[in-house]
Write a protein that binds this ligand. Structure first.
Ligand code: KIV
Length: 256
């Protein structure tokens, strides 16, 4: 193992040191390599690959085979960053499915797996951790539930939702999750959870007070211009760069 290889313990230590954790999605070899070279310690082959790479309308269409394919591609970059993958929709409905499928993602190269949900999937979470696979939770807006929820809604505004988020986060941390993604959680609730649990929270659209932040890299780099979440301020416009490179090349070769 490379001596600068990031481990789960290092991600936890960053919270103890008060260091913000930068996390981004990578779905293939070049992006995993570029983000690693840019010093991002935590990478995720998210099932958002379904939307920004595969052209599905939401993440519920992503299959295990697609996740394995993209995890293998990203893992070939052999990043120093800790590289994980999402268990896709309906791949962890039972304890047995959760363990079998988490092992498949680990065999493809995932150094941790992530699932969406709290206490309702605790038996699956505990079984994955018992099988020796590092686990990251995901609470708040759960994209795999977008159809039943009728959209991407902010979580934590009502008191019952607020208390459920705190209890779910504590339960996942006690079960052994090494980190928990908080998606579209109201900033005060995300701050409260981050203060109350010992493991790092990684926010997305959940305000500045999480222990780390994660974005879909295509949103950050302006590579999927047809939709940008409201909370993202893209730091590049790769879509425009690609179009302008193509236009320049067409001019160079005399094409119309
Ligand atoms: O699928 C994904 O990319 C994610 C993150 C953005 C948290 O789950």
């Amino acid at each position: 193992m490379n001596s600068s290889k990031i481990t789960v313990a290092e991600i936890s230590a960053m919270k103890s040191r008060g260091e913000k954790i930068a996390a981004l999605t990578a779905y293939d070899f070049p992006m995993a390599k570029l983000l690693d070279e840019a010093g991002v310690p935590l990478l995720l082959v998210g099932d958002s690959v379904g939307m920004v790479v595969l052209g599905y309308p939401d993440t519920t269409h992503v299959t295990m085979a697609e996740m394995e394919h993209h995890i293998r591609a990203a893992a070939r970059a052999k990043p120093n960053a800790l590289l994980g993958g999402d268990l896709p929709f309906r791949s962890y409905e039972t304890v047995s499915d959760a363990v079998t499928n988490a092992k498949r993602l680990a065999a493809a190269g995932a150094e941790y797996v992530k699932t969406e949900g709290g206490r309702e999937i605790l038996p699956q979470v505990k079984a994955i951790i018992t099988a020796g696979i590092p686990f990251c939770g995901h609470l708040g807006m759960l994209p795999q539930h977008v159809l039943e929820e009728g959209g991407y809604h902010i979580k934590g505004k009502q008191e019952a939702e607020h208390q459920k988020l705190i209890a779910d986060a504590k339960a996942l941390a006690e079960a052994g999750a090494f980190a928990i993604v908080l998606e579209l959680v109201t900033p005060p609730v995300a701050k409260e959870i981050s203060a109350q649990i010992p493991v790092p929270t990684i926010g997305i659209g959940s305000g500045p007070d999480c222990d780390g932040q994660i974005l879909v890299t295509h949103d950050l780099t302006g590579s999927f211009p047809w939709f940008t979440p409201r909370f993202v301020k893209p730091k590049a416009n790769c879509a425009a760069e690609i179009k302008s490179a193509v236009t320049a090349w067409k001019t160079q070769i005399g094409a119309r």
